[in-house]
Design a protein around this ligand. Structure first.
Ligand SMILES: [Zn+2]
Length: 76
């Protein structure tokens, strides 16, 4: 399952959160909610998918730490 940048809508594998330097999985997730792609040292997509970004940001706000819930709702 993928998570989506709340800024530009770029998809990322959940497992990427395990590979963030200097942050545990939970801390990485919270930072992703704010920073999106830049957490992984990547720039935001130049042509953002605003529909996915808006949906992702909304689900982050509603579901918070429920990563699996967010990922499954994003797949719909
Ligand atoms: Zn992004």
């Amino acid at each position: 399952m993928d998570i989506y940048c709340p800024v530009c809508g770029e998809p990322w594998a959940i497992d990427e959160l395990h590979d963030v330097p200097d942050a545990g999985f939970d801390a990485a997730w919270r930072r992703f909610s704010d920073e999106g792609c830049s957490l992984f040292g990547s720039g935001h997509n130049g042509q953002p998918d605003t529909a996915m970004a808006t949906k992702s940001a909304m689900l982050h706000n509603v579901l918070g730490d429920d990563i699996d819930g967010i990922a499954s709702l994003m797949d719909e």
